[in-house]
Write a protein that binds this ligand. Structure first.
Ligand SMILES: Cc1ncc(COP(=O)(O)O)c(C=O)c1O
Length: 408
């Protein structure tokens, strides 16, 4: 399997063709945000240059073109995740807003005093805090589902927690941004449903690397972050099963989400408009749709093969450096490589890597409970994408060896 992303693919990303601190950029911060291919930038620019108008409100040509592109983008997202109906995709500001929407609306309607929300210990704060707020309001509780030392989810513990009853929600991420763990979403969902709970899957790190079929997985809710899958920032989506979305109250209110308004009575619009008040981010939707088309054109098989090979190479080389400990070694994990060095704090590691032109993330990755569980205050995280190559890993390793020498 080739370990190099072919140059034709890498060269599609304008941001990658730059030097940082006099060195070629090795961008290994993809779990934070990916870069965007030129086709995505062009699609968004094209909208603003030619079709810029508000959607769903005008009879003029530009408004109709904008509306057509906006609606087509929803269909593209729905097709990509195999949703049965485009209207089960709600556009949001991102994964965080998608989860907040569910916790505040479905949660408001369904979580009652004495209920339980089971949240995995590896969750991002975006899939913890909204549930804390929702349960606090209702007089319910959030309970952490334990993980093993390799950062995989303890499925037996989840089952026994479900068996205790009154679990309304199981909140789990598809792929862990801090450890790379890929959770068995289908299995988790089956178990949750057997015990009457719905599942909220945080898909922030899933879509760019894993095939997602929301119907086959039978998930109730799946959140999408556009900027983690080569699309624009500040945009995302929420998939919800139609039967849930129909019954949920609106999250925010205003223009565009109503059928009629009077001082006596306001009638809400149908899904998805009910959840999308105000002027939507049309360019965001167009950019996300173009990004998903780009992923389809490249092919998930190819993406996974390149990322897997580079992840393996990166992990093996890091393991050979004395004093390095990898955080997250679950079988079948994604190419997110978190590590600590006994010689140096992650912030020092990140600073030295930056001087080598290597972009990594250091810190707690919005996963305080996970890092507490692993007994580390912070990690350095190299996260790999399909446009990375063996030279990027070489640059990373040069920097890591320099840290070992300087601090060792
Ligand atoms: C696992 C996970 N969940 C949620 C988020 C938040 O996503 P967004 O930036 O779209 O709000 C992130 C982003 O770092 C993430 O990695």
């Amino acid at each position: 399997m080739p370990t190099k992303a072919p140059t034709d693919l890498r060269s599609q990303f304008p941001a990658l063709a730059q030097e940082v601190n006099g060195k070629p950029l090795a961008y290994l911060d993809n779990a934070s945000t990916t870069q965007r291919p030129a086709v995505v930038l062009e699609a968004m620019q094209c909208f603003y240059q030619h079709d810029n108008a508000n959607v769903h409100r005008g009879v003029h040509a530009l408004s109709q073109r904008a509306t057509d592109e906006f609606d087509a983008a929803r269909s593209t997202v729905a097709k990509f995740i195999h949703a049965s109906n485009a209207n089960s995709v709600i556009f949001t500001k991102g994964c965080t807003e998608s989860i907040n929407l569910v916790a505040a609306t479905w949660g408001f309607q369904n979580i009652r005093e004495g209920d339980r929300v089971l949240v995995s210990t590896m969750e991002h704060h975006a899939n913890i805090v909204p549930w804390q707020v929702a349960t606090e309001r209702a007089g319910a509780v959030v309970e952490p589902v334990p993980i093993f030392d390799d950062c995989s989810l303890d499925m037996e513990a989840l089952e026994s927690m479900l068996k205790k009853g009154r679990a309304k929600v199981v909140a789990v991420k598809h792929v862990c941004n801090a450890s790379g763990t890929v959770n068995p979403i289908g299995e988790i969902t089956k178990l949750a449903h057997e015990h009457g709970a719905v599942v909220m899957i945080d898909g922030a790190q899933g879509l760019a690397h894993q095939a997602v079929d929301v119907q086959a997985l039978d998930v109730d809710f799946y959140s999408i972050a556009s900027h983690k899958v080569y699309g624009p920032m500040g945009f995302g989506a929420l998939y919800g099963k139609p039967e849930h979305l129909e019954g949920m109250p609106p999250y925010q209110t205003g223009g565009g989400m109503i059928r009629s308004v009077s001082f006596e009575e306001t009638i809400y619009a149908a899904v998805p408009d009910k959840f999308e008040p105000g002027t939507p981010n049309v360019a965001g939707a167009i950019g996300l749709a173009r990004a998903l088309d780009w992923v389809t054109e490249v092919g998930l098989d190819r993406i996974q093969a390149v990322e897997h090979e580079l992840g393996r190479s990166c992990t093996e080389q890091l393991q050979d450096v004395p004093g390095v400990r990898i955080i997250g070694t679950a079988p079948g994990k994604a190419s997110i490589v978190s590590f600590v060095m006994e010689q140096a704090h992650p912030h020092d590691v990140g600073t030295i890597l930056d001087s080598e032109g290597v972009a990594v993330r250091t810190g707690q990755h919005c996963c305080h409970p996970l890092l507490d569980r692993m007994g580390v205050p912070a990690t350095t995280r190299a996260s790999i994408s399909v446009y990375n190559n063996e030279e990027d890993i070489d640059s990373l390793m040069r920097g890591v060896k320099r840290v070992a020498q300087l601090f060792g």
